[in-house]
Ligand binder design. Sequence first.
Ligand SMILES: *[C@@H]1O[C@H](CO)[C@@H](O)[C@H](O)[C@H]1NC(C)=O
Ligand SMILES: *[C@@H]1O[C@H](CO)[C@@H](O)[C@H](O)[C@H]1NC(C)=O
Length: 158
Amino acid sequence: MFTGFVSFCLVSSALIQSTEAAHQIPLIEVEVGKNVTLQCPVTEKDGKFVHWFKQSPGYMIQTVATGSYTKQTLSEEFNNGRFSVSEGQTLYFLSMRNVQKEDEATYFCQYGSAYSQTFNTSVYLAVNGQKWDPVIIVLGTLLALCVIVIAVLILSRD
Ligand SMILES: *[C@@H]1O[C@H](CO)[C@@H](O)[C@H](O)[C@H]1NC(C)=O
Ligand SMILES: *[C@@H]1O[C@H](CO)[C@@H](O)[C@H](O)[C@H]1NC(C)=O
């Protein structure tokens, strides 16, 4: 009877964990050239470690930043002036400025002690191309008109 109850508990907690693992990740959309900051909320930071990972579709996971205690360090590849890491009381931040198309990826924040780490944040960062600039539309229309005028002039010679 008791063992039956225990195994019921184990099965249901396994089921709960597997439904948790199936959560969809949120989508953040940003335009090329804009700035974005990803947040990683944590419970408390004492003696804990934090890692930021990036996974571009079809590529291996890359480590963006690593942190222990109160110091986060960017990996060499991401230490290019566009990425920065910071933190609040119970939050870690990963900021990107002047977002580029190649920044589009899933980002993870892994957090925990040396023995037990969990993913506290997963987001898909979608980077959208720049909207059409009205100046480009006006100049493009004028250029098209010029081409038509020139063509008409050439055809109407002789
Ligand atoms: C992005 O952030 C930088 C400072 O970190 C600022 O100079 C720049 O104006 C910001 N760009 C946009 C599009 O908000
Ligand atoms: C981060 O993950 C740990 C371990 O699962 C959890 O205890 C904690 O509540 C999480 N923090 C947040 C704010 O999600």
